[in-house]
Design a protein around this ligand. Structure first.
Ligand SMILES: Nc1ncnc2c1ncn2[C@@H]1O[C@H](COP(=O)(O)OP(=O)(O)OP(=O)(O)O)[C@@H](O)[C@H]1O
Length: 207
């Protein structure tokens, strides 16, 4: 098994990295999906309660709650992987989660930090416009602070591999393919949309 986790501040490129993985037949497990599933189980709207539910789970089950609930999803996904049991895990947020994954997967776990400066992330999120907070700079600064407080900064520092996402999207996607070990193996082209590549496992948008 080869488990690749990503960590990065909002808008750094985690979702894009997940798209690249899916296009290469590598299943993606989104840690936030665990939280969304729990919202639904409790009859709550994930769009409204996602943030609070993450905190509730940590209070009820410990700081590693989301990582612990993600583990079986990773093992299931690995069994379905087209690529040597490789799985991408989108969105670690704390060192407790990192330790949980290191404990479960040992040397088979690689943490990848995705970095881009605040202004660039703000600009890209403004263009993404997935929801109202994407174009709100003050909200982004608050989100950054909250994430760092919860341990995202320390987790970034402990990554095994760094990806600097300050260049073009094509360059970023190529670097992600390199880290995933699928460089040149799929499309042979670096500037197309990942959806253009062979995508045997691609289904959702990973968000
Ligand atoms: N190198 C790049 N050049 C241009 N746009 C980029 C680049 N990298 C990412 N983007 C775009 O920036 C936006 C944010 O990236 P993405 O959605 O991958 O971030 P994220 O880390 O998943 O953010 P969040 O945690 O808020 O979901 C997306 O619209 C993405 O297509």
């Amino acid at each position: 098994m080869n488990v690749i986790g990503t960590v990065g501040l909002p808008g750094s490129g985690k979702g894009e990295a997940a798209n690249v993985a899916e296009a290469a037949g590598i299943p993606v497990v989104v840690m936030g999906d665990v939280v969304r599933a729990e919202c639904r189980r409790r009859g709550l709207d994930p769009a409204q309660h996602h943030g609070r539910m993450a905190g509730t789970l940590r209070e009820e089950e410990g700081d590693d709650a989301i990582a612990a609930r993600t583990l079986p999803r990773i093992r299931e996904a690995a069994a379905e992987s087209d690529r040597d049991d490789t799985v991408l895990v989108d969105g670690l947020r704390s060192t407790v989660e990192l330790e949980r994954f290191r404990e479960a997967f040992g040397d088979d776990f690689t943490l990848v930090a995705i970095r881009a400066p605040f202004e660039l992330r703000a600009e890209r999120l403004g263009e993404r416009g997935r929801d109202h907070s994407d174009s709100d700079m003050a909200a982004l600064r608050e989100r950054d602070e909250r994430e760092v407080e919860l341990g995202l900064g320390d987790t970034l520092e402990r990554a095994d591999v760094e990806i600097d996402n300050t260049d073009s999207l094509a360059a970023f996607r190529e670097r992600v393919r390199e880290v995933l070990g699928v460089a040149d193996a799929e499309s042979g082209s670096s500037d197309g949309d990942p959806a253009d590549a062979e995508a045997p496992g691609a289904g959702g948008d990973g968000a």
